[in-house]
Design a protein around this ligand. Structure first.
Ligand code: PLP
Length: 390
């Protein structure tokens, strides 16, 4: 691996806020599931920009959609109608459930909109109830409300005082949700597969029971499908594995194939925003929407949801002999956990050998490759991971 030159690292230190640690590589281009660094060295990408590049890098249809739309109209604001935004909203609704859509630019913003929607809904329908029950260990983004909704103190505590109205219980424990519900509760907000913490799928029956509890108690069910949505788990949306639909669903990451976009879908009962309640200058601009519609079209045309299910099984089978004590996942959202704290050295060894994986903590490695990954590429990743595991 080429090392990042001293001047790259120094310049980055000098001019970029240090919000995260970077691995010592500078990427300059990509194609399919492969990216290249500034020395021309090739890497197989099992992270896809953190579950973003559904169609890999430089997909010809994505490049063509960006080029075409950029030459026509990039941005107008939401003071006016634009056809790509309406087309994308319609397609998302066709793929999911009867709803209307608010567009933003990221997962955090999509969740922020969901939280605001729930609070307004509580004011109108539940006597001012405002509390949202979410899961310990969950991740919903970095705005102040989203980071508070997320159940990880390391991300929220430095920013106290946090907004009130968030209660956390253990994931996969429906009893705990029932016990935490009171007259202040307005919604339950969950990831159907917890992603950032290291891929923890909802246990069988859990989402169904939470859905029933929300129905019985007039609560909204908000599902954050920012990471799990759009084919990644082998269904268009992860909640479809559970045979339920949420009242509010958030999407981002894969939707734009790498171009930033977020979306919040709400069923008619939950869709209480009125003109002036919420907004975003860039949200749903014609460029992002035209590209996102192309991503959905290609995922559909090329059968990538079924392909993700199939490749997910191969990937899951391939991580069984890496010396991990636990392997888990759904479709192309997979992780394995070592007993020893060796995930970061493992990630570095993989990078040295031309493979991109993601250590989410000291023990756990996450794999969220593009949906276009092939069986041969999974074999190659497996060979390199075996070597890195020692
Ligand atoms: C489930 C989930 N929700 C929300 C987010 C936040 O998305 P963004 O970084 O686009 O704000 C993430 C990002 O990792 C996520 O995995």
């Amino acid at each position: 691996m080429t090392k990042v030159t001293q001047s790259t690292a120094e310049l980055a230190d000098r001019y970029l806020m240090q919000t995260g640690r970077r691995l010592p590589v500078t990427f300059v281009r990509g194609r399919g599931c492969v990216v290249y660094d500034d020395s021309g060295r090739e890497y197989l990408d099992m992270v896809a920009g953190i579950a973003v590049n559904l169609l890999g890098h430089a997909h010809p249809d994505v490049v063509a959609a960006i080029t075409k739309q950029a030459a026509e109209l990039i941005h107008t604001s939401n003071l006016y109608y634009t056809q790509p935004q309406i087309d994308l909203a319609r397609r998302l609704v066709e793929l999911s459930f009867p709803a209307r859509v608010f567009f933003s630019n990221s997962g955090a913003e999509a969740n922020e909109a969901a939280i605001k929607l729930a609070r307004k809904w509580g004011t109108k329908n539940r006597d001012g109830a405002f509390e949202i029950i979410s899961a310990n260990g969950s991740f919903h983004g970095r705005t102040l409300a989203a980071v508070t909704a997320g159940g990880q103190h390391k991300y929220s505590d430095p920013f106290k005082p946090l907004p009130p109205g968030f209660v956390h219980v253990d994931f996969n424990d429906a009893d705990a949700i029932e016990a935490a519900t009171d007259e202040k509760t307005v919604a339950v907000m969950l990831e159907p597969v917890m992603g950032e913490i290291g891929i923890i799928p909802a246990a069988p029956g859990y989402l169904k029971r939470v859905r029933e509890w929300c129905d019985r108690n007039n609560l909204l069910l908000i599902l954050d499908e920012v990471q799990s949505g759009l084919g990644r788990t082998g269904r268009w949306f992860a909640h479809q594995h559970a045979g339920i639909t949420p009242d509010v669903m958030t999407l981002a990451k894969g939707l734009g194939g790498g171009v930033p976009i977020g979306a919040t879908l709400a069923i008619p009962r939950a869709d209480v925003f009125e003109p002036g309640d919420h907004g975003s200058t860039f949200g749903g601009n014609p460029l992002a929407c035209a590209v996102a519609s192309t991503v959905l079209e290609v995922v559909d045309r090329d059968g990538l949801v079924g392909h993700a299910a199939e490749m997910g099984e191969l990937l899951h089978a391939s991580i069984q002999d890496l010396g991990a004590t636990q392997t888990r996942g759904l479709g192309l959202m997979q992780a394995f956990q070592f007993e020893q704290p060796k995930a970061k050295p493992f990630q570095n060894a993989c990078l040295e050998s031309g493979l991109i994986v993601n250590a989410v903590d000291d023990n756990t490695v996450r794999l969220v490759p593009p949906l276009i990954i092939t069986a041969e590429q999974i074999d190659r990743a497996h060979d390199l991971m075996r070597k890195a595991a020692g």
